[in-house]
Design a protein. Structure first.
Length: 208
C-alpha cells in the first residue's frame, strides 16, 4: 500500500483569480505529487510502510537525526499539509458561522479580530511555512510552522491551514504575500471545513 496523491476537491480554475489554474497545476500536479512520490520511495520496505499518513508523520518526527528519516518526515509531512490545504479552501470561501463563529468569538474576542490575527500570522512567517488554526488543549489557537513542520507533531489538532511557501502564490502575486493572504482569508478559506474538523476532534476527545 502506498500513499496516493488526493484529487483536488474543485476544478483547477475554480480558485481564480486569487489562485490561478497555472498555480494549481504546478502546486498540486508537480509539488504535491513530488512529495507523495518521494515519500513512497523512502517508505518502501520500512516499518512505516503500512501506517496512515498522519502516523508516518508523527512517528518519523522524532527520528529526524537520521538523514533518511528526516527526508521521509519532510516529504510525508508535506504530503499531509498539502492535502489539508486543498480542503482548507473552497471557491468563493466562507465566513465562520453558527456554533463555530461563537467559538471563534469566545477564544479570539471577535471574528474580525480572529481574521486579522490569522492574516498577520500568515503574512509574518519568515521564509517558507504554514499558518494554522488548531485546537490546543481545548482552545482554538493560531500557530505557524516552518518548512514541512506540522501541528500533528505538537499534539495540536489542525483545523485549517494556509500555505505560505512562495510556490503557493508567486506566479499570481509575485512577492506580494500580503495580497495572497488577504485573498485567501477573504475569498478562499473554507471555515465549514474547520468547523467540521473541530466538531470531530471534540467528539473524539469527549469519547476518550
Ligand atoms: Mn505548497
Amino acid at each position: 500500500m502506498s500513499l496516493q496523491l488526493p484529487e483536488l476537491p474543485y476544478a483547477y480554475d475554480a480558485l481564480a483569480p486569487a489562485i490561478s489554474s497555472d498555480t494549481l497545476h504546478l502546486h498540486h500536479g508537480k509539488h504535491h505529487k513530488a512529495y507523495v512520490e518521494k515519500a513512497n520511495l523512502l517508505l518502501a520496505g520500512t516499518e512505516f510502510a503500512t501506517l496512515s499518513l498522519e502516523d508516518i508523520v508523527v512517528r518519523t518526527a522524532t527520528k529526524r537525526s537520521s538523514k533518511t528519516m528526516a527526508a521521509l518526515f519532510n516529504n510525508a509531512a508535506q504530503a499531509f499539509n498539502h492535502g489539508f490545504y486543498w480542503r482548507s479552501m473552497k471557491p468563493g470561501g466562507s465566513t465562520p458561522s453558527g456554533q463555530f463563529a461563537s467559538r471563534i468569538d469566545k477564544d479570539f474576542r471577535g471574528v474580525d479580530r480572529f481574521l486579522t490575527q490569522f492574516t498577520e500570522a500568515a503574512t509574518q512567517v519568515f521564509g517558507s511555512g504554514w499558518t494554522w488554526l488548531v485546537l490546543d488543549r481545548g482552545k482554538l489557537r493560531i500557530t505557524s510552522t516552518a518548512n514541512a513542520d506540522t501541528p500533528l507533531t505538537r499534539g495540536h489538532v489542525p483545523l485549517l491551514t494556509c500555505d505560505v511557501w512562495e510556490h503557493a502564490y508567486y506566479l499570481d502575486h509575485q512577492n506580494r504575500r500580503p495580497e495572497y493572504v488577504q485573498a485567501f482569508v477573504n475569498s478562499l478559506a473554507n471555515w465549514d471545513f474547520a468547523a467540521a474538523n473541530l466538531e470531530r476532534a471534540e467528539l473524539k476527545l469527549a469519547a476518550e
